[in-house]
Design a protein. Structure first.
Length: 421
């Protein structure tokens, strides 16, 4: 059994849905679990719907729901010629129930409400994809991830109960894959023991693929994207990018930690635990080799990789009494950063000061300054960039620092990080 994950861009319109079918035709007779995201920008629209619902703005709510309905109806109309297909009834029913939500009270728990509504994007896309594949004579079955993946009640960032999820997934796959070649399910979503829908947080659909592969003992996972594989740099910032043909789980986690956006570490970890290879391939060129992520580290150092973060803020914090920066100060500072949910991209301390690099966010900065005003002197530089180079050499350092001033550098044997202005 293989696991394929198709993101929103790969099912954003009629041609994209048909392309998924074309990709699957390259794997005749294979057992494949397909994890699908919401179509196009559906998740963004559903987030707007949640906001309108919270604000009790019935007119805006209805307009947004109607816009999303028409978007899905247009795709249905191009995929299926007759409305007698049951898929039209399924989609209508989902939207009818959504429209009724305006009559209900909005819970004090925003994250709970968010998960119940935003999760519908994946439900819609998975139903549409299933019906299209059935029409193309594939042996396919729809499974509800809201009954497969068990999480706690931490809505918007559900933590997986691996023991229960493994039992649910293995039982469902054993039953369904006897008579079906394809299983269609949803990324991003799970359920609590009470049956409420949860979502899995950032990159949740990729994570779903990792969860199902782990619990179902998959042969491999393939994530289909609009890039040829993992590149050694973002082409928006660097010319002559190169594809990484093969890297290790460890290297992929390192790159993700430093800001590479292709794969999130939480997707990789369950695959690493069972040594299940992960492929990143292009749905625009499905026969291309893509990138293979697996256990072997031999090829990690062949090509330097560049990760860049723009709009960075370097904050330097010094005690007003000029005492040393010791564990007591650091404990206070880290607690403040945790409370304000400020993520540190880089940090460095000297005897008298503690410096952190964070994403520019004026509201967070204002709150941080108010916390520190009594006891600390705070200075900062804005509009900086952070460049991380894995497997650097002198030539790569010269390349990224050309016409730039480096105001802070950190270096290990394999990684250099430069704060540039």
């Amino acid at each position: 059994m293989k696991v394929f994950k198709f993101g929103g861009a790969s099912v954003k319109n009629t041609d994209a849905v048909k392309n998924v079918g074309a990709i699957l035709s390259l794997y005749p007779g294979e057992k494949i679990v397909i994890v699908v995201s919401a179509m196009g920008k559906t998740t963004n629209k559903l987030e707007e719907i949640v906001a309108a619902l919270q604000a009790k703005n019935e007119k805006q709510f209805n307009n947004l729901v109607d816009e999303l309905y028409e978007y899905h109806q247009y795709i249905l109309g191009e995929l299926f010629q007759e409305r007698h297909y049951k898929i039209f009834q399924i989609i209508d029913s989902i939207f009818e129930k959504l429209k009724l939500r305006i009559k209900d009270n909005f819970s004090d728990n925003y994250s709970f409400e968010y998960d119940q509504i935003v999760s519908l994007g994946e439900v819609l896309s998975s139903h549409i994809l299933l019906e299209y594949l059935l029409e193309q004579a594939y042996k396919a079955t729809w499974l509800d991830a809201r009954k497969l993946i068990r999480t706690d009640t931490n809505f918007q960032e559900g933590k997986v109960d691996w023991e229960i999820t493994s039992k649910l997934v293995s039982t469902a796959f054993d039953e369904v894959l006897i008579n079906s070649d394809l299983v269609i399910t949803q990324g991003f979503i799970g359920h609590t023991s009470e049956g409420f829908t949860t979502t899995l947080g950032r990159e949740g659909s990729d994570y779903t693929a990792g969860i199902l592969a782990y619990c179902g003992n998959a042969e491999s996972v393939t994530i289909w994207k609009d890039v040829p594989g993992m590149l050694n740099a973002d082409p928006k910032y660097f010319e002559d990018t190169k594809k990484l043909e093969q890297i290790s789980f460890k290297e992929a986690i390192e790159l993700s930690y430093y800001g590479a956006s292709v794969i999130h570490p939480k997707t990789i970890k369950p695959l690493q635990n069972k040594n299940i290879p992960l492929y990143v391939k292009s749905f625009l060129d499905p026969t291309g080799s893509g990138t293979e992520i697996q256990a072997n580290t031999n090829k990690d150092e062949l090509i330097p990789s560049f990760i860049i973060k723009q709009k960075q803020l370097l904050i330097s914090i010094t005690p007003k009494d000029f005492s040393f920066i010791a564990e007591e100060n650091l404990a206070v500072l880290f607690n403040i950063l945790f409370l304000e949910q400020i993520k540190i991209n880089l940090m460095q301390n000297s005897a008298l000061s503690f410096s952190i690099l964070v994403d520019e966010n004026q509201e967070q900065l204002t709150r941080l300054l108010s916390h520190l005003a009594n006891d600390y002197i705070v200075k900062y530089n804005d509009n900086l960039s952070l460049v991380t180079i894995r497997h650097y050499d002198d030539a790569t350092i010269a390349l990224v620092t050309k016409d730039k001033e480096s105001i802070l550098t950190q270096k290990t044997r394999q990684t250099i990080r430069l704060v540039l202005q």
